[in-house]
Write a protein that binds this ligand. Structure first.
Ligand SMILES: Nc1ncnc2c1ncn2[C@@H]1O[C@H](COP(=O)(O)OP(=O)(O)OP(=O)(O)O)[C@@H](O)[C@H]1O
Length: 310
């Protein structure tokens, strides 16, 4: 496998559930060591795709190559399973066992020696800070503690690729930051490839590569910056004094705008252009806010089929 080819290569992947086509021929590639964000609305086909990439679900058509091995052919699936770790939306740990016992079991599943499991346990405990929960039964843990244990279990065999299906959904902001920090450290310090689905756009904004799918089709891909350039824009939100009607002025200046709840959202090429508008309309403005284009805009605009909101 060359660096160019990518550690994950998906070509024209399709999956049908009976008559229903959940994944309709998607192609993309993930480079080794990158943080890859796989985005889409609910029901877009993200979990279906992840389940296929993790060898848990059979594809209907197309080709998937992971770490040089084809899914569904020869020893491909066995090889792939040893190379990947998976954190599902739903937990798969045993509620009656402690965190340590759960992780130990998983290590034995991979035929790791006792010594190797101990060594790897230190490694995962360092990243997920397991000391305070390792002797607690999984069933008694809070949501955030469970997530730490889930990720620890998924990486006890030090996989090359870690699949994370919405790893931070439902966590409080502080726990979310902790889990996110552990994921980023794993990527940066161990060169683990991270394949992530998330509904949090601030997480996607630090990915190396982003792919967006909609109704089973790939609708956009690129780096966060490339996508922001294409689908997001800076804007200035303006509320005017009641005595002033801004529409003739905005039209004369050929500015693109939208009006909602008496707030005008005016699209600008840069925050400097916003400054220029504010200066020109000084005296007529009740309040204002200058807003930088974000990954949220990117997502909303892509999903709305490139329709811009102003
Ligand atoms: N076992 C199944 N049988 C029939 N349809 C299914 C099955 N699993 C998923 N689907 C359908 O396939 C589509 C894609 O589902 P999938 O769970 O892959 O979406 P998703 O992008 O992961 O959504 P979410 O963000 O809500 O997790 C949905 O319309 C879903 O209802």
């Amino acid at each position: 496998m060359s660096e160019q080819q990518g550690i994950i290569q998906v070509t024209n992947l399709m999956k049908s559930y009976g008559e229903f086509e959940a994944v309709k021929g998607i192609s993309f590639s993930v480079k080794k060591g990158e943080l890859f964000a796989f985005l889409g609305t609910n029901g877009a086909g993200k979990s279906t795709t992840i389940d296929i990439l993790c060898t848990l679900l059979k594809k209907s058509a197309g080709e998937v190559i992971i770490d040089g091995y084809k899914i569904g052919e020869g020893v491909g699936n066995n090889h792939i399973r040893k190379k990947i770790g998976v954190v599902f939306q739903e937990s798969v740990l045993d509620e009656r066992l402690t965190v340590f016992e759960n992780i130990l079991n998983r290590g034995q599943f991979y035929n790791l020696s006792k010594h190797q499991i101990q060594e790897n346990y230190q490694f995962v405990s360092d990243y997920l800070k397991l000391d305070d929960i390792q002797n607690k039964k999984y069933g008694t843990l809070s949501g955030g503690q469970r997530r730490r244990a889930d990720i620890a279990r998924a990486i006890i065999h030090k996989p090359t690729i870690l699949f994370l299906d919405e790893p931070t959904t439902g966590l409080d902001p502080q726990t979310r930051l902790f889990v996110w920090d552990a994921i980023k450290r794993l990527q940066e310090e161990t060169n683990m490839t991270i394949f992530l689905t998330t509904h949090y756009m601030e997480e996607a904004s630090v990915a190396n590569q982003v792919v967006v799918i909609k109704e089973g089709r790939l609708v956009a891909e690129g780096t966060p910056n490339q996508l922001k350039e294409k689908y997001a824009f800076d804007s200035v939100h303006l509320e005017f004094k009641h005595t002033f009607d801004p529409e003739p002025w905005l039209k004369e200046k050929q500015l693109s705008y939208a009006l909602k709840n008496s707030i005008y959202t005016v699209r600008v090429a840069s925050t400097l252009e916003a400054y220029d508008i504010l200066k020109k309309l000084e005296g007529q403005i009740q309040s204002f806010e200058v807003v930088k284009g974000s990954m949220d805009d990117v997502f909303i605009n892509i999903i709305a089929e490139k329709g811009s909101v102003v």
